[in-house]
Design a protein around this ligand. Structure first.
Ligand SMILES: Nc1ncnc2c1ncn2[C@@H]1O[C@H](COP(=O)(O)OP(=O)(O)O)[C@@H](O)[C@H]1O
Ligand SMILES: [Mg+2]
Length: 511
């Protein structure tokens, strides 16, 4: 629903009409060895939701930091209501009505909501009394749909609630321009919907809201205007009403992309992976599993949905045999491999861990060496074979590296993940445990990884896909299980999955 300034009461400073409230002109910002922003122009108007869309590393956060006084640009100019300004600090930006909610919150956990809101506020000539702050918090939270209790201790709040406190805090300071950096990355679908309502309410109130995201669908559903960044520059600026997921994806990566993985016939076969009544104690630093049982069959993708920290890590590690659970057994192709990673591998399991460098690959080794790593127990092949093998896999898996002897750490994130997948899939597994396999990758690599998993499933492989990206889970899975506090609290076929229901389960409702 596009809003226009005419729907709103006249702005307090500039009168009606869509005057730009903030403009960035020719912004350059470099870090040692990186051009983070190159000749960036941006124009924000009152009453609009302006999305800043781009892949990881495109320069979105840098631009936001320049607009909020955290970074000084190397070149270029910022104008407020047409007048050039220099924003030397976030405090100065706030004084001009520009505020930001960062990806990582900056709240004091042992203080109450009201104390956090009042904290560091020097705009008030005299300290406001506690009841006044409370009243303001309640007013703002009602006006913008941000349910928070002023006397709650921040450390007791969920991540979603803490985000609301951050937003209330900037609103309390009277911002006209609010930048939200990847705000939905920590939210459930319901919380995301609630945030969207807040964003719309702020825009309807005449504020300019900058919504930073790398998620195409999300941007399309909330923004009026979309500016796409790529490699530090502006790749395009479009009206949300006249664009599509396809066009946006193309602007993001600079070429045609295919977003959906091919579906299969949904014929699942024998059980290839079984977790039987597995518990991992809470005291382990990895998180907890609570008497969890599940299976993965040949030719099916089982997606594990859930908010981060609900047992994803121990689930992946127990399934791969890497950690021994406190109770319960793990079987691969019927063989008991509990706590024995080599045995799991031998029985037909491949593991694509979340930490690609470290658990997955050794960063100081070459691509060829990493491709051989898990086969070290085989009779040693001669080096010539390694390199021929590596070249073949590099081609098959589209690994862009100068050669097999290139050090793995010098590759991009997408290519590192391809090396890992190449090694794991070359073992021709019957079951793949993949933990956040596309996290942090660019759209091109995401597409490639998803295709690979879908292809293996078609060939009869079972896949346990653990991902915090619900869209990914829904796009790739046959069956979806929701993990909450170490237990499976919901199960459904992907084709009848309902986002609301999944989101409720992810938030622990009804469990
Ligand atoms: N403080 C910093 N020091 C060095 N490099 C940085 C810093 N901040 C960002 N970069 C680099 O600048 C580029 C753009 O990053 P960023 O603005 O964070 O992108 P985005 O928010 O779109 O993911 C990336 O290559 C990143 O590694
Ligand atoms: Mg960022």
């Amino acid at each position: 629903m596009p809003t226009t300034a005419d729907d709103h009461p006249a702005g307090t400073t500039n009168g009606p009409g869509r005057d730009p409230v903030v403009e960035a002109h020719g912004i350059y910002k470099t870090f040692p060895g990186v051009v983070a922003n190159a000749d960036v122009d941006l124009r924000l108007e009152r009453g609009e939701v302006h999305a800043l869309l781009g892949e990881n590393g495109a320069g979105k956060s840098t631009l936001a930091s320049v607009l909020t006084g955290l970074y000084q640009p190397d070149a270029g100019e910022i104008r407020l209501d047409g007048r050039p300004v220099v924003l030397r600090s976030p405090r100065e930006a706030l004084a001009h009505g520009i505020g930001m909610v960062h990806q990582h919150f900056k709240l004091v956990k042992r203080f109450t909501v009201a104390e956090n809101v009042a904290l560091g506020d020097r705009t008030q000539p005299i300290l406001m009394s506690a009841p006044d702050v409370h009243r303001s918090v309640v007013e703002l939270s009602e006006r913008y749909g941000l349910p928070v209790r002023p006397d709650a201790v921040v450390g007791d709040l969920t991540v979603g609630e803490q985000q609301r406190v951050e937003i209330v805090k900037t609103l309390y300071r009277g911002v006209d321009v609010l930048l939200l950096d990847e705000p939905t990355s920590v939210l459930t679908p319901q919380e995301t919907e609630a945030l969207f309502d807040t964003v719309r309410a702020m825009a309807a109130d005449g504020k300019a809201v900058v919504f930073i995201s790398h998620k195409l669908h999300e941007v399309l559903s909330i923004a009026d205007t979309i500016t796409v960044m790529r490699d530090g520059g502006i790749a395009g600026n479009v009206d949300a009403a006249d664009t599509s997921v396809r066009e946006l994806a193309q602007l993001m990566v600079g070429r045609e992309v295919m977003m959906e993985a091919p579906g299969g016939d949904g014929q699942a076969g024998e059980v290839v992976l079984e977790l039987d009544d597995v518990s991992v104690d809470e005291r382990s630093r990895r998180g907890r599993l609570d008497q969890l049982s599940m299976t993965v069959r040949a030719g099916e993708v089982v997606g594990i949905a859930g908010v981060s920290g609900n047992g994803q890590r121990p689930l992946a590690e127990v399934a791969a045999g890497l950690i021994e659970p406190d109770r319960g057994r793990v079987r691969v192709n019927g063989r008991d491999v509990t706590g024995r990673p080599r045995a799991a591998r031998k029985a037909g399991l491949s593991y694509v861990p979340e930490d690609r460098i470290g658990t997955g690959l050794a960063s100081s080794l070459s691509v060829a060496e990493n491709l051989q790593l898990t086969r070290a127990h085989r009779p040693l092949l001669d080096r010539g074979r390694w390199s021929t093998d590596a070249r073949r896999l590099m081609e098959e898996f589209d690994i862009r590296a100068p050669g097999p002897s290139t050090t793995t750490s010098s590759l991009s994130g997408g290519n590192i993940q391809k090396v890992l997948l190449a090694r794991e899939l070359a073992a021709d597994p019957d079951v793949i445990v993949a933990a956040s396999p596309t996290r942090g990758l660019d759209v091109g690599a995401i597409e490639f990884v998803r295709q690979l998993l879908a292809q293996r499933r078609e060939q009869g492989c079972g896949v346990l896909l653990i991902s915090e990206d619900l869209d990914e889970i829904r796009a790739l899975s046959d069956r979806i299980l929701v993990l909450y506090e170490g237990r499976i609290v919901h199960e459904c076929a992907a084709e009848d999955s309902d986002v609301t229901e999944l989101g409720l389960a992810m938030a622990g409702a009804g469990s």
